[in-house]
Design a protein around this ligand. Structure first.
Ligand SMILES: [Zn+2]
Length: 396
């Protein structure tokens, strides 16, 4: 369902295998520049009639492609084929395909798409045997000659470039395999923001000869999410006239001076464990978005948002662990103290006091939730897995 529940490292053979470059042993000396030129999300077949196909999912594999939305719905760490074709291939001209992930929403288009902190950590199993500059990329390509460009710390867009080989005899397409190694829902990564991949056909100077766009959702329930988004699209089509694909670039992010960091305690009763967890996750996502706005600035303005992020994250972790323990009938005893109060050495801080008051209230709500859960026989708990809670421990 979401990022806590089903993070499973890819099978080891995916990584550290000859499929991925572990050393800079690229054969081609000439490559396009490391950054895309004329980056936009306008479809452009170009002079060579560049086409990109997501090969329909005929077998029972856990990913789906919606032609209606031109969008792939796929789980994390799963390879999927992408087919490229050009109608007229000039002789003696090397062609390259660049895949650049961007945020679909105009207000985030300027921001770089990169992996979340948990997944880009060197200790993450998916990074084993890879060069560090690959860790930040949400996408990977199985082609040995693929090169990974960009660095979020240098504000350079992360993208993958590979030489477009000639199609095999009898076919017109060249097939390459990609996979995503971070989910849309990962906090401090994509953070629930929708993305799309811009595939550009380029010559060795980086001149764009064609451009195709494919929307992506990396999630745990591709089928469910595809059906939901298709239904939503139908509804909005009926409600409004279709709009053009071209979009304006987003305005610059707001400066730090108009940030509202005042604490507003919230005490509401929520029905249902799923809804409760969703509200916590949504709140965490909001805080992560605020933190990301300060990325690269040295103002320190993200501190209150990070504190709130950590607190909400801790609540989620506690809730998931307790739920899991009850659902799995673990032989453990959980003891709650009457309240969550700061220790004696805690400096008096009214804002912190309010937060702890809220946490205390949530603690009581949690106890009630746990009681309800203990009485519930139908929950199997396959959507709750505390094994991943260590990824975001709420400490940095
Ligand atoms: Zn991630």
């Amino acid at each position: 369902m979401e990022e806590e529940e089903d993070f499973k490292p890819a099978p080891q053979e995916f990584f550290g295998s000859p499929n991925y470059p572990t050393q800079p042993t690229y054969k081609e000396e000439i490559f396009p520049p490391d950054q895309p030129t004329d980056l936009c999300n306008e479809e452009y077949p170009g002079p060579l009639n560049f086409e990109v196909y997501i090969i329909p999912n005929e077998q029972k594999t856990p990913w789906e492609y919606s032609p209606k939305l031109n969008k792939i719905f796929i789980g994390i760490n799963l390879k999927f084929p992408v087919a490229f074709s050009v109608k007229t291939r000039p002789n003696n001209m090397k062609l390259y395909v660049r895949a650049t992930p961007v945020f679909s929403q105009a207000q985030f288009f300027q921001e770089l798409v990169h992996r979340c902190i948990g997944h880009q950590h060197p200790q993450d199993p998916t990074n084993k045997g890879l060069l560090p500059h690959i860790f930040q990329h949400i996408m990977r390509c199985s082609n040995e000659e693929a090169r990974y460009f960009g660095d979020k710390n240098e504000k350079a867009r992360l993208n993958i470039v590979l030489p477009l080989s000639s199609p095999q005899a009898g076919t017109e397409i060249v097939r390459e395999f990609y996979q995503f190694v971070c989910k849309n829902s990962c906090p401090l990564g994509m953070n629930r923001r929708p993305i799309e991949i811009i595939f550009t056909l380029e010559d060795q100077n980086g001149q764009v000869l064609g451009r195709r766009i494919v929307a992506v959702r990396v999630c745990s329930c591709p089928k469910r999410d595809r059906e939901k988004e298709e239904r939503d699209a139908e509804k909005s089509e009926k409600a409004s006239s279709p709009q053009g694909k071209k979009r304006k670039l987003a305005p610059a992010p707001p400066s730090g001076c108009d940030v509202d960091a005042k604490i507003y305690p919230l005490n509401i009763n929520v029905l249902g464990k799923h809804n409760y967890l969703e509200i916590l996750r949504f709140s965490r996502g909001l805080m992560a978005t605020e933190i990301l706005k300060f990325e690269g600035s040295s103002s320190g303005g993200e501190a209150p948002f990070r504190k709130s992020f950590d607190e909400i994250n801790a609540l989620i972790t506690v809730f998931v662990v307790i739920t899991w323990m009850f659902i799995n009938g673990a032989q453990a005893q959980v003891t709650f103290s009457r309240d969550w109060n700061p220790g004696k050495r805690m400096v008096e801080n009214p804002e912190f006091h309010n937060t702890m008051k809220t946490a205390s209230t949530i603690c009581h709500l949690l106890i009630n939730q746990v009681r309800q859960l203990a009485a519930c026989e139908n929950n199997r708990g396959d959507d709750l897995d505390p094994g991943t809670t260590t990824i975001f421990s709420g400490r940095r």
